[in-house]
Ligand binder design. Structure first.
Ligand SMILES: [Fe+2]
Length: 322
């Protein structure tokens, strides 16, 4: 099997995403023809597990390449909400902001379209997808960066006493697409000004989705590394401690896992594709000025780390030792 090192020599160019970043890699010049080689595909999978976020730049780029590349890392799945699916393209989710449609927020006087704070995709379901690849369709003149933050590095920064306190705890999540109502998102005085049409459709049905729980820490199967598994957006609190003390503990952990010193903000160029490990990184969208248009397509790479549980009336549904 080709290693990342031999790929660098033989087929494609692999370099760090940022000099001081504890995660991420850039893969330059990848072609659809190169992807046909199973050794290349296996090496890309190894690189993904190792680095968490891969930027593909300067290679072939098209909707077909986007889907073929995504399939290297697992089967694709449609979004659980029909409102979020793209008609005729079940493998793609459209993430969009138009001046005439799209959610926007007033963040201390700054109006931002398509803003999304730090989160894991689908954490409000009990089977969170393993990853996704984002590809720009229409970029704004400025803004629109996507942030990524590494939760292996975050875990390593936790004081030992805090690691012990959270080792066996779980966080409760629910779906609420109004990001200004998220109790564990620290964004000053964010206020929703307009909800996207697709968001309104989800909000209408938000009480029909069960709450779910996910463990605060999980172990990456391939490497044994511990991951801090906390998404500030969609979190309601700590399952085992719904008191003010539990909320304070979660706030303490969130402050560490969203430390800007751990983050990378990607400034998009035409032709870029970015793959991330949704079990190991948080991501966010900086948003755009509300007179701008930004359209991205995302694939959803299936997987189940098998640790999430829906909550029923008597606690978690199904066998879960807590
Ligand atoms: Fe997302």
């Amino acid at each position: 099997m080709a290693t990342a090192a031999s790929l660098k020599q033989e087929v494609i160019d692999v370099s760090p995403l940022g000099e001081s970043l504890p995660f991420g890699a850039t893969v330059a010049g990848l072609t659809l023809a190169a992807l046909a080689d199973e050794a290349v595909r296996a090496a890309l999978r190894d690189l993904w597990v190792d680095r968490g976020v891969l930027l593909f730049r300067g290679g072939e780029t098209s909707q077909a390449m986007h889907i073929a590349l995504s399939r290297c890392f697992g089967d694709l799945e449609p979004h659980p909400f029909p409102e979020s699916r793209q008609e005729g393209f079940p493998d793609l989710v459209k993430i969009k902001f138009y001046p005439e449609d799209g959610s926007y927020y007033d963040i201390e006087g700054d109006l931002r379209g398509g803003w999304l704070p730090w989160h894991s995709d689908l954490i409000y379901t009990h089977r969170i997808n393993h990853g996704g690849i984002l590809r720009p369709v229409e970029l704004p003149a400025s803004g629109g960066e996507t942030g990524f933050i590494d939760q292996i590095a975050a875990y390593e920064r936790l004081p030992v006493a805090l690691r012990e306190r959270i080792a066996h705890l779980h966080v409760v999540y629910h779906v609420d697409v109004d990001m200004s109502l998220q109790p564990f998102v620290d964004q000053g005085s964010a206020r929703l000004v307009r909800m996207a049409a697709s968001g309104t459709a989800i909000e209408k049905r938000k009480f029909t989705y069960p709450r779910v729980i996910h463990p605060m820490v999980y172990t990456q199967a391939e490497t044994g590394r511990k991951v801090l598994n906390v998404s500030p957006a969609f979190a309601l609190g700590i399952y085992e401690d719904g008191t003010a003390a539990g909320d304070q503990l979660l706030r303490e952990v969130v402050a560490i896992c969203t430390d800007p010193a751990l983050s990378y903000f990607h400034a998009w160029q035409e032709g870029d594709m970015v793959l991330w490990d949704n079990w190991r990184t948080l991501h966010s969208a900086r948003g755009v000025a509300i007179d701008q248009t930004r359209v991205m397509e995302r694939t959803t790479i299936r997987g189940d780390y098998a640790l999430g549980r829906p909550l029923g009336l008597d606690g978690p549904v199904a066998d879960f030792d807590i």
